[in-house]
Design a binder for this molecule. Structure first.
Ligand code: ZN
Length: 106
């Protein structure tokens, strides 16, 4: 466990404040959350519910992953959206009959 790493207290505190047990709805205490892995801005955590003992894997980031794309020049950065892209999507959506789930699966 690497809980001594800088920033781990903040990540664990976030989990304690905002994430609960999926099985029973119980809340986590700081001692129920362990840092399993920390690489660059990504954290892998394991939370064990103090009520029902169900374990949950949680992935957290120091910042939203899309912001990391702009920071790391070695990563692929998609081209900006052009007016042609907007027109193409407008045409597509004008005839699209599905819901949001269908759209995201397209
Ligand atoms: Zn639980």
């Amino acid at each position: 466990m690497t809980t001594e790493e800088a920033g781990s207290d903040l990540v664990v505190a976030y989990v304690v404040r905002h994430i609960g047990c999926e099985a029973c709805g119980g809340t986590y205490r700081p001692e129920d959350v362990q840092v399993v892995l920390h690489h660059d801005t990504q954290w892998a955590l394991k939370a064990t519910c103090p009520v029902c003992y169900v374990e949950r894997a949680i992935t957290a980031y120091d910042q939203p992953p899309y912001q990391q794309l702009r920071r790391d020049p070695g990563l692929f950065v998609p081209a900006p959206i052009t007016s042609d892209d907007s027109s193409m999507w407008a045409d597509f959506l004008a005839t699209f009959t599905g819901d949001v789930y269908d759209l995201l699966a397209t």
